[in-house]
Design a protein around this ligand. Structure first.
Ligand code: WTA
Length: 648
């Protein structure tokens, strides 16, 4: 990146933690946080070793870190078990009878597992896995709806040292096949189906289709969830209830090497087949346990709700492992956020008295568009902390979230991290960090993040550049499964020897980080670099706009031109006048250079199942090309069809 990303949009509002919140928080002041960060930066190994000592180890480690660029090993020689840390060690205190998981199905049923009950279920399933031929080191693919058994299966794998690969239930049979084959999974855990927006997602059918071409799969365990008839292959398929039927509830947790492979999680790269991001045991757990405790300021009586699916890394780290390692109560929900009506989330928060709520900006913008009536119908006073993750949050949505959902009372933590980082990397600590809407603020203690130019030199405050991580951290991916070479080139070649996140960012004059989105989402208009996110943010700050996605299309004169896809608030209607008004609005917020050359109104934007806007598709639509490539993660194909036909 020869020039810096030009940063033209300034967000000036500052929200300090309330004294009341700070008093009770784990980290109580900005000064305390600064000291912690300084010490941890000087000696990250000592910082993380202290955190690791909070966990239960069967055998202590000999060496905290071995770093042979780009391969890291943490807590070498130590032995532990993640399932033991999430379950067994809570059974000797009053936590034994505390709710570990509270689950709500989309049709409305609720199931609660105490730590004792969850332990029982995990041990029995771990024994059935062994009985079905799964050994330490084998890979198990989990293709499940958001049901407690998904978490039970993950914990059971961790208990016996099998490496799990959770594949999101929204992925197609072909995607599933590729992931099973890449990991060479021996066993698949699935369900007949799951509920999503009142319909059945037929998971077992997809598994049957996928494993026609998967030689490695020997057995398939099927949970009965939705009850319709499913195909069956005798000798290969077994119902979950039959698999656990005769299994004993005694299953000692296997002492595993700190670097034992815990899970593989596939994530899309900008090119090529999905990458199997590999995480290991001791470092990952240290990172997720500490971040859960400090970022969400966890207390014994909290009800913690992270809305992510376990098919994504957020579900791994902040639905299952982080909360359970801390002995917290984690709420899990099966279905769609707007089903059967758009107040489903608010009704759940009220009914379960949720105190910490962690969701994605896309969801927040959707709720914002639906208006304040839905949240206002419910008592949200149990909430004390709000979080966001997954994409840059525009200041308008941040403010709406804080005001309308948090009643101006709850701090908002905007957490930046990636599948590859395992846990949260940049975030406010709610009792300590003054927040600025739209900024993930500062690195978590012990994390060395920087914004650099193409030569790896730190850019001055106020400028933009590549977001990099300078030193290894415990939760970092260890490699791309089976492909060390790709791991090296993907992450450590842009700036030799330093981890490149793929994101652009800038630091403001206070040193706060503003993540500008993926570098490939950065536009270059007439030689000026602009962030799509900044233009989107400007558009969304207009009262008529609900959501916006900005992409570039090739332009002979300017290199690239800005095209904005805009969805309007219900109260607004599209008109040529409104287009002009919006262009002027962007010019006013950022500058004439950022004015979209073209604005297209659309009912909704094409998104992946995890809620990310599919920019590549929009770029192709904007450029007037047909859509190509893998679209199996599209939320709603109708949206795509509409955008294309608009084009004709
Ligand atoms: C983006 C999700 C801005 C970023 C945990 C990153 C964010 C990618 C934020 C990783 C945030 C995530 N602010 N951008 N708070 N959090 N991102 O692997 O571009 O699904 O590189 O991990 O999401 O997405 P992933």
């Amino acid at each position: 990146m020869s020039e810096n990303i030009e940063v033209l949009l300034e967000e000036k509002r500052l929200f300090k933690p309330s004294p009341d919140f700070s008093k009770k928080a784990h980290i109580k002041s900005f000064a305390a946080l600064k000291t912690l960060r300084k010490q941890a930066l000087k000696n990250p190994e000592a910082f993380w070793a202290k955190a690791a000592k909070e966990l239960h180890w069967f055998k202590p480690w000999k060496k905290t870190l071995e770093w042979k660029v780009p391969f890291a090993k943490w807590f070498i020689g130590g032995k532990l078990n993640l399932s033991y840390n999430c379950l067994d060690r809570h059974l000797t205190s009053a936590r034994r009878n505390k709710a570990a998981l509270i689950w709500e199905g989309e049709p409305g049923e609720v199931r609660t597992f105490t730590y004792q009950q969850l332990y029982y279920e995990v041990c029995r399933f771990a024994n059935s896995l062994k009985h079905l031929g799964v050994n330490k080191g084998d890979r198990v693919c989990i293709y499940m709806p958001m049901v407690p058994e998904a978490a039970i299966a993950m914990l059971a794998c961790a208990r016996i040292g099998a490496t799990h690969s959770v594949v999101f239930g929204g992925f197609s049979a072909e995607s599933l096949r590729d992931r099973i084959n890449d990991a060479q999974a021996k066993l698949v855990v699935t369900a007949d189906g799951g509920w999503r927006r009142g319909a059945i997602v037929k998971l077992k059918d997809a598994v049957d289709e996928a494993i026609k071409e998967c030689k490695s799969v020997e057995r398939v365990v099927v949970l009965k969830r939705t009850g319709q008839d499913v195909g069956w292959q005798q000798g290969r398929d077994i119902w979950w209830s039959d698999a656990v039927h005769d299994q004993s509830a005694v299953c000692p947790a296997e002492p595993l090497d700190s670097e034992h492979p815990l899970f593989i999680l596939y994530t899309s790269g900008s090119t090529g087949k999905p990458k199997g991001v590999l995480h290991t045991t001791g470092g990952y757990l240290t990172h997720t346990a500490l971040t859960t405790k400090w970022v969400f300021d966890l207390r014994e009586d909290d009800t913690f709700w992270c809305t992510a699916d376990v098919g994504w890394v957020t579900g791994h780290s902040y639905v299952v492992y982080g909360p359970l390692a801390n002995g917290a109560t984690s709420l899990m929900y099966e279905g769609g956020p707007l089903h059967p009506s758009p107040d489903r989330f608010w009704s759940m928060i009220a009914r379960h008295r949720v105190s910490i709520f962690y969701t994605a900006p896309t969801a927040i913008r959707t709720f914002m568009r639906l208006g304040v009536d839905y949240p206002k119908r419910h008592d949200l006073s149990s909430l004390r902390l709000l979080g966001t993750v997954g994409e840059p949050i525009n200041p308008e949505a941040w403010r709406w979230y804080r005001e309308t959902i948090g009643g101006n009372r709850c701090p908002v933590v905007d957490t930046w991290w990636q599948t590859e980082t395992g846990g949260i990397m940049m975030t406010p600590l709610p009792g300590a960090t003054p927040t600025k809407p739209g900024s993930a603020t500062l690195p978590f203690p012990g994390i060395d993040i920087d914004v650099v130019d193409k030569d790896g030199k730190s850019v001055p405050l106020g400028s933009g550049g590549f977001l990099v991580i300078r030193k290894p951290w415990p939760g970092m991916l260890r490699t791309i499964y089976g492909d060390d070479a790709r791991y090296k080139t993907q992450y450590f070649s842009q700036i030799p020897g330093i981890y490149f996140t793929g994101d652009g960012a800038r630091r403001d004059k206070d040193g706060y980080f503003w993540v500008l989105g993926r570098i490939d989402d950065v536009l270059n208009v007439a030689g000026h670099r602009l962030s799509t996110m900044e233009i989107e943010s400007a558009l969304v700050s207009h009262t008529s706009v609900a959501e916006a996605a900005v992409v570039a299309r090739p332009d002979e004169l300017l290199g690239q031109a800005v095209v904005a896809f805009v969805t309007l608030q219900k109260s607004a209607s599209p008109s040529p006048e409104l287009k002009e008004e919006l262009r002027a609005h962007v010019a006013k917020a950022i500058g004439a250079i950022a004015k979209p050359a073209e604005i297209r109104f659309t009912d909704s934007l094409p998104k992946t199942r995890s809620g990310k806007i599919m920019r590549r598709l929009l770029r192709e639509v904007a450029a007037g090309k047909g859509v190509r490539g893998d679209v199996t993660t599209l939320e709603d194909f109708a949206v795509l069809a509409k955008l294309q036909s608009d084009d004709e």
